[in-house]
Write a protein of this length. Sequence first.
Length: 466
Amino acid sequence: MDSRIRPNTKKVYIFAAAGQGAIYAMVSSWLLRYYTDVVGLELAFVTGLMWFAKLLNAVADPVIGVIVDKTHTKHGKMRPYLEYMPFIVSLLSLLLFVDFGIKPMAWRCIVCGVVYVVWGISYSVVDVPFWGLPLALSNDGTQRDKLFSAAKLLNSLGGALPTIIVSLLISKDLLGLQYGIFWGAVGIILLSAIPFSMVYHYSYEIPHTSVKYDKMSAGKQIKLICKNKILLLVVLCGFLGFGRYLIQAAYTYAASYVFISDSSFINNFSQVIGYALIGIGMFPTMIMAPWLVKKFSYKIIIIASGIGAAAIMTAFYFVEIATGYNFYWALLFLFLSGLPLGIFNIVVTSIVGECVDYLEWKEGVRLEGMTSSMSTFIAKVGNAISAGSIPMILMITGYVENVEQSASVKNWILILISLLPAASMLLCVVPMLFYDFVGDKRAKALAELEERRASENGDGTQEVLS
């Protein structure tokens, strides 16, 4: 059976992942600042709006997953959602950064809130099938892992662009805050939309004829997902590992109030430098992901990366306390923290393919859409917990913006990017200790699946929906 993914499909998908990452990062990195400092919305309102919208998006993902699995067209079940939705998401992303000039504050809040919520739901509609598509391109786990690894790598690189580019554009010597964010958003979103919109035309799906998913009730799909015990362990692992988002989300406060150097140049660009080093740290392990997956099971990689991240982040805290918040030691630990997080982020996405295979082996059903939605659901809940924890902890500890912070507040900001992520990454290891789809059991299951698929297709060849 030829399970190779077409070269053009790989290329377009990988660059589309970069575009998708850039669009999402533009919104998640700069919309809060744009709403508060340009549009003039109250921080409390924006924080509440983002909490509500992020949790709504997370809940929407499994619903969309059910709908995707019930979709049955001649073009497959993922691809129909990738035909027009990338254009809609790109348009809504642009509208987020438009100041409509509405005078009454109540109406200004309503308009911004509606656009943001609609953007979030629309993004979920395209996000679930986009990350589920590799599961429908091939039955070969190795091929899927390679594609997931490359796509996640480009997704992360694309996600770094808004931080770097907009940080430069908002300088007073260039465009300033309002126009720097706006024109940065226009350029990044329009360029990112090009590869994102090409996925539909360069992709295909391999049909699985054993079950007519469009005839299956949503209740039956949910029951089947609940029977997928290894998926439930992965979901729990993802929830407990929410701290991996904290180090990046809270670093902006650490750069502004904690890690102050003697160089005004470094202080002006400390956020860009820090974010860049986290990304550079992730790069080597993300590149190595396909090789590591060949050598070790997903279980071992997740456990090792979780423990490694916890050890590095714990050391980060105590070294910074001992050195009086030394900026250069902080840069070293930001880089080191990226190493385990890079492989963790890839494997937590790639393992979803194994969860799909497991359910097919146990129940004779492939629920790519629903299973993929669990992956995006984990990420969005983790982001929501991270985004909500930061302002809550800052308010409790007495943080006041744009002033010198007390020793206690500085310590808590350091905890936000070190000890709290460390505890989270250590906890996320626990569910994976019970993950048993490894070794001989996994090899036997995959061999049985290959035989079953070959008998379904008669001559063992794969049909293609394009």
